[in-house]
Design a protein around this ligand. Structure first.
Ligand SMILES: [Mg+2]
Length: 354
């Protein structure tokens, strides 16, 4: 039996070390709403990171958590999945707010089992190579950042592109010249037209770019499919794929070779796992990504990726760019992200420090 005795949250506006510059904005801070739940037997933590992609704000997340508190507080459920089912029935949308409760429940469950969550999911591995983002900044700064990352042991770079494709190619070429062995991917965040995306992909393939993420508008799955059918290089869907229905549709309409999964856009660990299974059925590789998140939800994403045989890398780097993360416990070695060996999500949340 499971009874949620307390459900409380705190809002954190965390400055980023470097602004996250993409093809359509520059973000200087990251908003995370941290959730703490207490059941009869355990404490669990989760967090929400609202963004334009999920259509949420700090206010909508807090309002959703208030509704959840009213709905769940003091009630007894047979299992955590009953709580999650009740949440899905009662609330449409608001995926990052739901993700906070979903991951807090998984934190509780795994703590009660005395195992790290990825072990509970049956994963054997505890680490995966980490892509680190280079924002959409000019060529010299891009090279400086790449130099620093490679010197720090990272081998996988994801360069933000999508403004001016010729300049973007110049930036990639400059980084490639210095780092012939690096794995370089590009993320346009919908910034190109179909023609620009086509020309970019042709040149990017020659520069050894591994994949191109969301090159064109999320609604234009027809244009994405045309790029996939040209077999120039793998095309990854991010903003275009939010729900299970979106992932299931990939089997009929293969408009991507890979998918970036995010707990915040899917609504937590439970939907993330069913969406990753649907991606696998559609023959797509998966890459667990993030949205300006602290180590807490980054760890939750890592536990999912470790248990997903279709994931060979993760794109869970946002915590590296937070000036002061209120959570700790993750480790990085030789460019790989390592899940904590402690029970649950394995993260220490410094609740009283923020
Ligand atoms: Mg992306």
């Amino acid at each position: 039996m499971l009874c949620i005795k307390t459900l409380e949250w705190k809002i954190a506006h965390i400055p980023r070390s470097l602004p996250l510059v993409t093809s359509h904005e520059a973000e200087y801070t990251s908003t995370n709403i941290f959730l703490r739940i207490e059941t009869d037997d355990a404490i669990g933590y989760g967090s929400a990171a609202p963004t334009d992609v999920t259509g949420e704000t700090e206010q909508t997340v807090c309002a959703t958590l208030e509704s959840l508190r009213d709905m769940l507080h003091g009630k007894t459920f047979t299992h955590a999945f009953d709580v999650l089912g009740r949440m899905q029935e009662a609330i449409a949308g608001h995926p990052s707010a739901k993700a906070a409760l979903d991951m807090a429940l998984f934190d509780c469950l795994a703590r009660l089992e005395g195992k790290p969550l990825f072990r509970l999911f049956g994963a054997q591995r505890d680490r995966l190579p980490l892509f680190v983002t280079i924002p959409l900044v000019d060529k010299d700064i891009s090279v400086d950042i790449a130099n620093r990352l490679i010197a720090g042991g990272f081998g996988h770079l994801k360069m933000k592109v999508g403004n001016n494709y010729r300049e973007d190619l110049g930036r990639i070429e400059a980084v490639r010249r210095q780092h012939t062995q690096a794995v370089i991917a590009a993320d346009a965040n919908q910034g190109y037209s179909r023609t620009q995306a086509h020309d970019f992909c042709l040149a990017a393939e020659k520069l050894g770019v591994t994949f191109v993420e969301q090159p064109i508008a999320k609604e234009d799955t027809k244009g994405m499919r045309a790029l996939v059918e040209l077999h120039i290089l793998p095309i990854v869907a991010d903003e275009a794929l939010l729900t299970f229905e979106d992932a299931a549709a990939l089997e009929q309409n293969p408009y991507a070779n890979g998918v970036t999964l995010k707990l915040m856009k899917h609504g937590g660990i439970t939907p993330n796992r069913s969406i990753s299974a649907a991606c696998e059925r559609a023959g797509c590789f998966t890459l667990q990504g993030c949205m300006g998140e602290s180590q807490l939800s980054i760890a939750a994403g890592l536990h999912c990726a470790l248990a997903d045989p279709n994931s060979t890398h993760v794109d869970l780097d946002s915590f590296l760019n937070l000036a002061a993360d209120p959570c700790s416990g993750l480790r990085i070695e030789n460019g790989t992200l390592i899940a904590p060996a402690k029970p649950g999500l394995g993260i220490d949340v410094h609740w009283d420090d923020f």
